[in-house]
Design a protein around this ligand. Structure first.
Ligand SMILES: Nc1ncnc2c1ncn2[C@@H]1O[C@H](COP(=O)(O)OP(=O)(O)O)[C@@H](O)[C@H]1O
Ligand SMILES: O=C(O)C1=C[C@@H](OP(=O)(O)O)[C@@H](O)[C@H](O)C1
Ligand SMILES: [Mg+2]
Length: 176
């Protein structure tokens, strides 16, 4: 049966977390359940730059991509009732934390390295994992980023073994 939440957050929701944590999936579900505007940062950057993320990384490098992400976050400062699916590396630049917190609640989605691997192993549009598509590399990079993710988060939601509907309900229960 359709379960549609009627309450809306009075500010924005930023979904952060490692690749494959489910940010894009959960953002689309939150849009549906809470009637929010949806922004998929990776897709918007691809549209604005006219090329896929892999090509932005290959042509201009990761630092350039990180600058595009920060510029985009700054441009969101006047948004309301919007769910933003961030790229998995949004926490790499320290200033991004403040930009998210100024205009919304930051929700960290987590998943084990094994779950991440299962979810992203067939993906060809995640340049950070090109040539490193294995559980050990994923676990190592998660560990390197862990403190950054945790510092940025208002709430943390584990996603292993949960359906997108369950995860959305948990987010709504905890932030609305
Ligand atoms: N809770 C979940 N349970 C099962 N599969 C999921 C879940 N969340 C996401 N997925 C799947 O994992 C893959 C990666 O999800 P995605 O939303 O793109 O992650 P992210 O945006 O965090 O990188 C997709 O194929 C998606 O369908
Ligand atoms: O973790 C990262 O550094 C990245 C995650 C990707 O987003 P997803 O987390 O949606 O895959 C995308 O922004 C880019 O490939 C870099
Ligand atoms: Mg995504």
């Amino acid at each position: 049966m359709e379960t549609t939440q009627t309450k809306q957050p009075d500010c924005n929701i930023f979904l952060i977390g490692f690749m494959g944590a489910g940010k894009s999936t959960i953002a689309a579900e939150l849009k549906r359940q809470l009637h929010l505007e949806l922004i998929e940062m990776d897709q918007l950057i691809e549209e604005q730059q006219g090329m896929p993320i892999t090509e932005i990384f290959a042509k201009y490098g990761e630092d350039h991509f990180r600058k595009l992400e920060t510029d985009m976050l700054v441009s969101f400062q006047n948004k309301t009732n919007t769910v933003v699916s961030c790229g998995g590396g949004i926490v790499v630049r320290p200033e991004n934390q403040a930009y998210m917190k100024q205009s919304g609640k930051v929700v960290l989605l987590t998943a084990s390295p094994e779950t991440v691997y299962e979810r992203v192993k067939d993906s060809s549009n995640r340049p950070v994992l090109n040539g490193h598509m294995n559980v050990e590399y994923i676990a190592g990079l998660q560990e390197k980023r862990r403190a950054l993710y945790e510092a940025a988060a208002d709430i943390v939601v584990a996603t292993d073994g949960k359906t997108p509907e369950e995860i959305c309900r948990e987010i709504a229960d905890r932030i609305l």
